[in-house]
Ligand binder design. Structure first.
Ligand code: FEO
Ligand code: CA
Ligand code: CA
Ligand code: CA
Length: 593
């Protein structure tokens, strides 16, 4: 636990304007350096292949290097349990691949080696990082902690779904171990020094073209088409017609101990199965661990998990199974400004065997369907959730956008999702009753409606005090009580249509007590900005630049010039690379001050 360095933060930086430049822009007095880009060696002793700019690294080499498309991440000070700010471990998600960039000739041809390389380029990196003391940070190589977890890493299944019939496959008849994690979107560190990585759009790698889809497959988006990854073409594990239960083994939160490179990661099934955006952990006054989670799809839900047992700050080992037992809840936001956490428990409140919920295993595997039964509130794509660093019990969630709200045949506006054609999204806030994260009731309000004051349509104007933005996604409080917001305007709309003139994706800071949003950073062309971590002294900020130069997935001719980005190395180097960026204040001060 980290002491707060400032009780009443004030934003001291001069905001940066909208940007149309292929670079990271920070305010005067700040510097941004690339730390760890796709293809950089993770740092395993004797196995540190260099990145080859023509994408000719093999699948085996890729499994020893940074994956693609960095997303959520966390900083863990070294040694374990300290609050140092100069040396630590970072766990970093690699959400998915852009195969147009990953292979020499992109997707022009297709084969099993390309699938293997893609499977090696997703998952998680654990790296050791250090402040050099000479104005910058570096990855420590080699490092005994260095590790890559990818789509073929053995992972244990724990919690209510372990051994369930729907988790059993030919390769794993007991349903206790799965190969891999992928589509790792947001994440969260735990107070006991582990990393929770979240499987989001897992349906995108599975195909079932039998012409028959079960209700479960339909509810989770499995269809006769994948999202373009073509894994099922070469690796039949991802053919859901042949392996109907394999998709059930994804869509979970995975816990990783970054301090023990030999430890086996664990899928914590008590936290439910959905398109997990993130997992934000806090400790309730009673000592129970509480995990807040969003399911990022249009009209999906916000969940929380409350552990049965209590967090023990003096016994790390005793916390290692805290997330296997407890109660999973889903949120209902009522029009009077109150809200309820509805328990998803087999045998209670209509979650009965005749409805398909004979056991808690059924409930967690079909968490979305259980939440439907309970009448939870269908939200405008819940992305990240942040707990106020000074006010436990005050929680914020980005609802990134939902242009289907109010369309024919779709749910109309409600109090918590008040705008039709919600192209800019909003941030919702709730206060748990009694300031207790384990409470089953809360009061809520809308913290901000994103938008632009010069919009043509009323529903796109928003009510931002300060700098304009939309499609907020990454969200985190720093140690001082400043809320940081990262945007992910999609490639199909960034600087176009309703977003025309708003430039590249951005990072903003806001002190909730004043409500003034100030633009802190803008990213290179075609990127999303995501992943955010601070050192405990709040003097180093890490962010991730994801998919710079998107879309390049259609690019199949290696001679074709890169369309819109060559970040970070510039035009001569070739391919754009997702990367972790370190931001410092030149005078050594606190970020944002
Ligand atoms: Fe991977 Fe919902 O963002
Ligand atoms: Ca996201
Ligand atoms: Ca997003
Ligand atoms: Ca993304």
């Amino acid at each position: 636990q980290v002491p707060f360095t400032r009780k009443a933060p004030v934003l001291g930086f001069k905001p940066v304007p909208f940007s149309f430049e292929d670079k990271v822009v920070v305010p005067e007095g700040y510097v941004a350096d690339v730390l760890y880009a796709w293809g950089d060696p993770v740092g395993i002793k004797g196995a540190m292949p260099a990145f080859k700019p023509d994408a000719s690294n093999s699948a085996e080499e890729q499994a020893l290097q940074a994956g693609m498309h960095h997303d959520g991440m966390a900083f863990f000070p070294l040694p374990l349990g300290s609050i140092g700010s100069k040396h630590g471990l970072m766990a970093i998600n690699h959400e998915y691949t852009d195969d147009g960039l990953l292979h020499i000739d992109g997707m022009k041809t297709w084969n099993a080696d390309k699938v293997k390389k893609a499977q090696a380029a997703v998952g998680v990196s654990v790296i050791e990082v250090e402040d050099t003391g000479k104005g910058g940070w570096k990855v420590v190589r080699p490092s005994k902690y260095a590790r890559r977890i990818h789509a073929n890493t053995p992972i244990a299944i724990q919690g209510p779904a372990r051994g369930h019939a729907l988790m059993q496959t030919e390769a794993d008849p007991k349903g206790v171990e799965v190969l891999g994690t992928f589509q790792n979107c947001a994440s969260g560190p735990t107070p006991w020094g582990t990393y929770l990585t979240c499987e989001e759009n897992f349906d995108g790698v599975f195909v079932n073209d039998s012409g028959k889809l079960t209700d479960l497959e339909k509810r989770y988006g499995i269809s006769n088409k994948d999202a373009g990854y073509k894994w099922a073409w070469e690796d039949f594990r991802f053919d859901a017609q042949l392996n109907p239960n394999e998709p059930n083994r994804f869509g979970w939160v995975v816990e990783i101990d970054p301090f023990d490179p030999k430890s086996k990661p664990v899928k914590r099934t008590a936290l439910g199965r959905f398109k997990h955006e993130g997992a934000t952990v806090t400790i309730a006054p009673s000592g129970h661990a509480v995990v807040y989670m969003g399911d990022d799809q249009r009209f999906e839900y916000i969940y929380k998990f409350v552990s049965k047992n209590k967090f023990d700050p003096k016994n790390r080992k005793a916390n290692m199974h805290l997330l296997d037992e407890g109660t999973l809840y889903v949120a209902r936001f009522d029009a009077d400004g109150s809200g309820q956490w509805l328990p998803l428990v087999a045998g209670q409140n209509g979650l009965t065997a005749d409805k398909g919920f004979a056991s808690q295993g059924d409930v967690v595997i079909k968490a979305r369907m259980a939440a439907d039964v309970m009448g939870a509130t269908k939200m405008d794509r819940p992305e990240w959730i942040a707990v106020h660093s000074h006010k436990p019990g005050e929680v914020y969630c980005t609802l990134t956008n939902n242009s289907d709200r109010g369309k024919d045949g779709k749910p109309g506006p409600d109090a918590a999702n008040p705008r039709v054609d919600n192209k800019f999204g909003h941030i919702i806030r709730w206060n748990e009753n009694g300031g207790d994260a384990a409470s089953t009731g809360f009061k809520w309000d809308i913290f901000v409606l994103a938008g632009r004051p010069d919009a043509d349509k009323a529903e796109h104007k928003g009510n931002i005090k300060g700098d304009a933005f939309g499609s907020q996604d990454g969200l985190k409080f720093d140690y001082n009580g400043v809320l940081w917001v990262e945007t992910d305007v999609s490639t199909s709309t960034v600087n176009m249509k309703e977003y025309k003139g708003m430039g590249n994706n951005q990072v903003l800071a806001v002190v909730p007590e004043t409500g003034e949003f100030r633009r802190f950073l803008t990213g290179p062309n075609g990127c999303e900005i995501t992943g955010i971590a601070f050192t405990p002294d709040n003097k180093t900020l890490f962010i991730n630049i994801q998919h710079p130069g998107e879309p390049d997935s259609e690019r199949s001719d290696p001679a074709q010039p890169l369309a819109i980005s060559s970040w970070p190395e510039g035009p001569k180097a070739g391919r754009p690379r997702a990367a972790t960026v370190v931001i410092r204040k030149l005078d050594g001060g606190v970020i944002g001050s």
